[in-house]
Design a protein around this ligand. Structure first.
Ligand SMILES: Nc1nc2c(ncn2[C@@H]2O[C@H](COP(=O)(O)OP(=O)(O)O)[C@@H](O)[C@H]2O)c(=O)[nH]1
Ligand SMILES: [Mg+2]
Length: 437
């Protein structure tokens, strides 16, 4: 912790501006070296000539902002240098900073980790910083911002406070002998615990929407060979990423494309055509296709409108709640009697209706409302732990046992926000970040 860390915080390569960040006890010293002791007012962008300390020549003209501890992102002394974004300037800046006493390159996520360790944010907020940096769609960004602004923390903090209150009552009573306790003393505490338990279960029963939004929704296209699955993916991605061909069974493996559908991140998978009794490689492809379909958030069942249903029975059998029936080749004579969205990947007809229907299905999965959702399995695990402890508390025969289970439930909640016992988790969580954040 005593090292001063630095990094190029903007993306590497040529750019208009390159931002370098320095944080730690010696950050003001290196600033002084680079500006030859120029006095820089904190929190004010100041145009400075940076001097290379070895050659005494100009290194760059940069906008410098200094943040004095603890009023900085990390809570430490911090300096930001907004330099010209050339590889040559970057190399020199990094070399000069590296040569300063007690300075070293930051590890991935180390600035945010220091912010967490100085109490600037809790663990869910720090995780949200990483999510915000990785966000690819508007809804992912919105979710990350909500969590970064304390959306999850405030829910868990409130629950923890409710447990603390119950615990305070119980602890006050432990000094009394059982017979001295007022009649019905436990009842309101148990009612509160039951309410809390219901809130946690409700929060957990969220269709995994936060996790799905963070990781992307998996949508799989299934259909008989030549239904136009690869053509559809090509249309939707507007790229030739899947191979389109007349020869049945060209797509033998699963191909993925990442799409942004009305703000939802979607991972769209092309698959081998589903039909029975084909060659060995193809059967493996079919097995994978069906397996993908079974695990997907949503299936697009793509029918060939120019063929009869009899020829597409295997696909018909897959229709369920998680599927969208789409009938392709509307430019040809219709030979299929089935309800669904009629499209043509050839003429691009009604592709927008398909996208609209996909959006509606995703809306359904996400549910309405702006409530915050947990975004990681880690949160889910600890919430289950808290919920189980509350269950045990509700069943416990003695006051000191109830109190102990409440303490365990508080501990589980504290693990999510990072208020207890998370040393072993930190390396894993912050390694998810990029360098410079
Ligand atoms: N007429 C017509 N042909 C299509 C349409 N979509 C795909 N095809 C053709 O159907 C054949 C099979 O398409 P492909 O995308 O490889 O099907 P897949 O086996 O399901 O992946 C190709 O010759 C496509 O050009 C369509 O909407 N109309
Ligand atoms: Mg194909």
């Amino acid at each position: 912790m005593s090292d001063t860390i630095f990094a190029l915080s903007s993306a590497a390569g040529r750019a208009g501006v390159a931002v370098f960040r320095v944080s730690g006890a010696q950050a003001q010293e290196s600033l002084s070296v680079l500006t030859r002791g120029k006095c820089i007012e904190p929190r004010k962008a100041t145009l400075c000539r940076l001097i290379h300390p070895d050659t005494q020549k100009t290194l760059d003209h940069a906008l410098v902002i200094s943040f004095r501890a603890p009023a900085s992102f990390t809570g430490e002394e911090c300096v930001e240098y907004h330099c010209h974004g050339s590889p040559a300037v970057s190399q020199e800046m990094l070399a000069v900073l590296a040569a300063q006493p007690h300075h070293r390159v930051a590890q991935p996520g180390e600035f945010t980790r220091r912010a967490f360790e100085h109490g600037k944010m809790d663990l869910t907020e720090a995780e949200a910083v990483a999510d915000l940096i990785h966000a690819e769609t508007s809804l992912q960004k919105q979710q990350a911002l909500m969590q970064m602004e304390g959306g999850l923390s405030s829910v868990y903090r409130d629950w923890s406070d409710r447990l603390k209150k119950a615990l305070a009552y119980l602890e006050a009573s432990i000094d009394f002998a059982d017979e001295e306790l007022p009649e019905g003393f436990l009842t309101p505490i148990l009612v509160d615990l039951k309410d809390l338990k219901r809130d946690i279960v409700h929060h957990l029963d969220d269709n995994r929407r936060g996790e799905r939004l963070r990781d992307g929704f998996s949508v799989v296209v299934l259909g008989v060979p030549n239904a136009g699955k690869s053509s559809l993916i090509n249309c939707l991605t507007q790229r030739d990423m899947a191979i389109v061909s007349d020869i049945s069974g060209t797509t033998r493996d699963v191909i993925e494309a990442h799409l942004d559908i009305a703000g939802y991140p979607v991972i769209l998978s092309d698959t081998a055509g589903v039909r029975t009794g084909e060659g060995e490689i193809e059967s493996e492809g079919i097995r994978r296709a069906l397996q993908r379909g079974a695990h997907a958030d949503l299936k697009i069942l793509l029918f060939d409108g120019s063929k009869s249903l009899e020829d597409q029975k295997d696909i018909d059998a897959l229709i369920d709640e998680q599927s969208l029936v789409v009938i392709n080749k509307s430019d040809l004579e219709l030979k299929l009697d089935l309800k669904g969205i009629h499209i043509s990947t050839k003429t691009q007809e009604s592709l927008s209706s398909l996208l609209e229907a996909l959006k509606e299905k995703l809306d359904q999965i996400m549910g309405r409302g702006e409530t915050v959702s947990l975004t990681r399995q880690r949160h889910r695990d600890s919430l289950c732990e808290a919920s189980n402890s509350i269950d045990r508390a509700l069943e416990a025969p003695q006051i000191d046992l109830i109190a102990e289970d409440i303490r365990l439930a508080m501990r589980a909640l504290g693990k999510i926000t990072g208020h207890v016992d998370v040393e072993d988790l930190l390396d894993i969580i912050f390694s998810d970040f990029c360098i410079g954040k």
